[in-house]
Design a protein around this ligand. Structure first.
Ligand SMILES: Nc1ncnc2c1ncn2[C@@H]1O[C@H](COP(=O)(O)OP(=O)(O)O)[C@@H](O)[C@H]1O
Ligand SMILES: [Mg+2]
Length: 290
């Protein structure tokens, strides 16, 4: 149901957000995205209209059926794509056409350069920005040791496991000290145990940096475990059908998967997502409506 947004709170142990936590870091209003020419040559209404306030310092995840517009949402928020209608703001300034200063993006694909060492991969963006080597060294060493790659500075990506390569991709973004970190299915290619452990590292990073995080994931358990809030998107064009407040304390880790409320949260996510995923599957089998 396009345009619907049932936003309320099912909150195991919910605490009222503090004044700082409730201040708006990024704001989307009436955001839609229509691709002029989809695979069949027809315009594709991929997203929206979306209204969303990301609170400063929160961990917000987005789940939704395949093809519903999740990556499109991230691209529009990160300045990689321009909204067809509506407005996007980060720290009170409009976002359009380029990645704003203070925003870092991590993709699912392994975006490391195979011909560069771990150190040089992590330093790449800062060198391009013209930062001096002493400052680069300080930032790169900090980011690599934070992501558990300190002993691998001279290795090449091919010598790392999938999980380590993904940590390198996060480190490459971390060196820019993002205040808003956008992650598009960053752990999608990893096995379940590695994903949960990477989730723990992401939570630590979130606590230590104070960054606002928007995570796109297809894994309900990942969304439920990591987030302060989880937005559930409809089938394309994606709109938020539900936003669930998890109520987790800031000090949390993957052990919360054994809590009763974890099961209630994932159950609620799935009850909304199930029908939408069925619709998305049906679209895939017939000509997709625009
Ligand atoms: N560059 C593009 N041109 C045309 N259609 C696109 C383009 N990128 C994505 N789409 C379509 O927009 C819809 C949403 O895509 P996307 O945001 O990648 O979905 P998700 O990340 O949720 O899987 C899909 O139907 C996809 O085929
Ligand atoms: Mg995607």
């Amino acid at each position: 149901m396009a345009g619907a947004a049932a936003v309320d709170a099912a909150a195991p142990g919910e605490a009222a957000p503090s004044a700082a936590a409730s201040s708006v870091h990024a704001r989307l209003r009436g955001v839609t995205r229509v691709y002029p020419a989809g695979p069949a040559g027809q315009p594709v209404h991929a997203l929206g209209p979306i209204d969303l306030d990301l609170r400063r310092g929160e961990f917000f995840s987005v789940v939704g059926p395949s093809g519903c517009g999740k990556s499109t949402l991230l691209d529009v928020l990160g300045g990689l794509a321009v909204a067809s209608a509506g407005s996007v703001e980060f720290e009170g300034r409009p976002v359009a056409g380029e990645v704003p200063d203070g925003v870092g993006i991590v993709f699912q694909e392994d975006a490391s350069f195979p011909w560069l060492s771990v150190y040089d991969n992590a330093a790449f963006g800062l060198r391009r920005a013209g930062m001096d080597e002493a400052q680069i060294r300080e930032r790169v060493e900090h980011a690599l040791s934070f992501m558990g790659l300190r002993g691998f500075t001279h290795s090449y990506p091919a010598q790392l496991s999938g999980g380590m390569r993904q940590r390198l991709c996060i480190a490459r973004t971390l060196v820019t000290r993002p205040r808003l970190l956008l992650l598009d299915e960053p752990f999608g290619a990893l096995d379940q145990q590695t994903r949960l452990l990477m989730g723990d590292e992401l939570l630590k990073l979130w606590r230590d940096t104070g960054a606002t995080i928007l995570l796109i994931t297809h894994a309900l358990d990942e969304a439920a475990m990591l987030s302060d809030r989880v937005g559930v998107m409809s089938a394309r064009p994606g709109v938020f059908l539900d936003v669930v407040e998890t109520g987790w304390p800031q000090e949390r880790d993957s052990n919360i998967v054994s809590e009763d409320s974890f099961g209630r949260i994932t159950g609620r996510l799935w009850s909304t997502l199930r029908a939408e995923s069925q619709k998305a599957m049906a679209y895939g089998q017939a000509a997709a409506p625009q």
